[in-house]
Design a protein around this ligand. Structure first.
Ligand code: 2HA
Ligand code: ZN
Length: 274
């Protein structure tokens, strides 16, 4: 007989608590900013007894997501403070089940005290739908300072934004050769921002929401966090250069091409590598 709170005692939830606090500690999770979701794998389903958890009320999704039909997901609660997840996991986290046609969800655990999943759930679902066959099960959204500032200072085309980040430090191309997709400012929590993010997630694991924050799809919590940290470092270098009155030329296109060859990664955008 599986204990009803096996999921709360799991390694995944332990890691998630540490990550949520780290997001706040970085300064990226002011108040209730940010949200995290993880699609459950068969091992977690079995170990936590998820199939036996009863459905509660069913709610319509703003748009059906057939790719996630019948799946289960762990997600932070709407209004949860990342700083407090480690103290209140039963309230700030929960598990949801998607209906067999992918048009509805039902909470099955957590969200104690009448909570519900994050306001950004539809975006998470539309991004999971694009990334699940590429190995990613985790999505982290946070308000990373320098990336947010850079969306004010830089051209918002995905290509131009990505190339600047690649130029700022060698690590960028290594960890996100697939670039950063940039969504212009849109209403937080809307279906529109979800659909725009889902479209960009076909080609990118990192998505920047202009004047708002960033979203990363990872193979693990550490992977998603690491992606954000890497892009954030490059954005910091860019912004500090601007603040010093300089447009830093950084790594040349030819050097980026040779770095890509050396690392065995293919940059998503063409570079002038002559
Ligand atoms: O969860 O960050 O985008 C609060 C937010 C909304
Ligand atoms: Zn946000």
């Amino acid at each position: 007989m599986v204990s009803h709170d096996a999921w709360l005692q799991s390694d995944l939830v332990k890691e998630l608590k540490v990550l949520a606090y780290a997001l706040w500690d970085k300064g990226w999770g002011e108040r209730n900013a940010g949200n995290i979701s993880v699609r459950l794998n068969p091992q977690q389903m079995a170990e936590w007894g998820v199939a036996e958890m009863a459905s509660t009320q069913w709610y319509d999704l703003p748009k059906p997501v057939p790719a996630l039909a019948g799946q289960h997901m762990l997600m932070t609660a709407s209004g949860a403070f990342m700083r407090h997840v480690k103290e209140n996991p039963e309230q700030d986290l929960g598990l949801v089940r998607f209906s067999e046609d992918g048009s509805q969800f039902t909470p099955i655990a957590g969200y104690a005290g009448g909570g519900r999943p994050s306001s950004e759930m539809i975006t998470h679902l539309l991004v999971h739908a694009e990334r699940q066959d590429k190995g990613q099960s985790v999505i982290v959204h946070t308000h990373a300072d320098w990336l947010l500032l850079m969306s004010h200072l830089h051209d918002q085309s995905s290509e131009a934004f990505t190339k600047t980040l690649w130029r700022m430090c060698s690590e960028s191309l290594m960890f996100f050769p697939d670039g950063v997709g940039v969504v212009p400012w849109m209403l937080p929590g809307s279906l529109a921002i979800g659909e725009a993010s889902g479209e960009l997630a076909k080609t990118h694991r990192l998505i920047l929401w202009a004047f708002h924050g960033v979203l990363a799809a990872g193979d693990s919590l550490d992977d998603a966090f690491g992606l954000i940290e890497t892009a954030e470092k490059a954005a910091m270098i860019y912004c500090q250069g601007k603040m010093a009155g300089r447009d830093l030329p950084g790594i040349s296109d030819a050097q980026i091409v040779s770095l890509g060859k050396h690392l065995g990664v293919t940059p998503i955008y063409e570079l002038d590598g002559r």
